[in-house]
Write a protein that binds this ligand. Structure first.
Ligand code: HEM
Length: 178
């Protein structure tokens, strides 16, 4: 009927962070500086719960996301050579896929921080410049924005989702660039 498009359908997603709070963890007790970094971007347990709820909608797009990522990497200078020298596109696709998936578990704890410190060290060792890391990272920001905006949601939930996801991506970059 005429007004149907305005009605929520069975595909509509309603954010319910309270339902996911018990599945998330925000524990950086051993890292006072990182606690301040988290406070600065106002990343809360509620954001992690939102991210946890969005997990199932991100999973189906992981292959596409890693492909977009490598399309971006190919546009950088010398990056494919760095990959071929230290790893392979196929291996890194698996690593990256798992990494993005884990990002949506809503768990920011000791293991999470340690893993990001490892990534930072690996990238330094292989000589990946910060500008190329930042540049290729945009592929994830763009893909995740599309995924969220394509969900049928009310405007406030779209805004909350985008903010929660960009906060976790921002923290990721803060930790890996250090
Ligand atoms: C390693 C993530 C950008 C090249 C890794 C690892 C992760 C990761 C999770 C595995 C670390 C470990 O050993 O546990 C990311 C993310 C990026 C990014 C999230 C987002 C921007 C790049 C770019 C390049 C690159 C742009 C291009 C040269 C590599 C290579 C390794 C690696 C070659 C593996 C080295 C080895 O196997 O020892 N990265 N990376 N990464 N990354 Fe990245």
């Amino acid at each position: 009927t005429l007004f149907r498009s305005k009605q929520p359908t069975k595909n509509a997603v309603v954010l319910q962070p309270e339902k996911f709070l018990d599945q998330v963890e925000l524990n950086v007790d051993n890292h006072p500086e990182i606690a301040k970094q988290i406070a600065m971007i106002h990343l809360t347990k509620e954001d992690l719960a939102i991210i946890r709820q969005l997990h199932e909608f991100v999973i189906p797009h992981l292959d596409e996301m890693t492909t977009d990522f490598y399309d971006a990497v190919e546009l950088g200078s010398g990056l494919m050579q760095i990959i071929e020298k230290n790893s392979s596109v196929e291996r890194l696709k698996v690593t990256l896929r798992r990494h993005i998936e884990e990002m949506f578990h809503g768990t920011v704890n000791e293991a999470y921080i340690k893993q990001r410190i490892t990534i930072a060290h690996v990238h330094v060792r292989i000589g990946l410049g910060t500008k190329w890391y930042m540049g290729s990272f945009q592929a994830f920001v763009s893909a995740l924005t599309d995924i969220i905006m394509n969900l049928e949601m009310k405007k406030e939930d779209h805004a909350k989702s985008i903010k929660a996801v960009t906060k976790i991506l921002n923290l990721e970059q803060q930790l890996v660039i250090e």
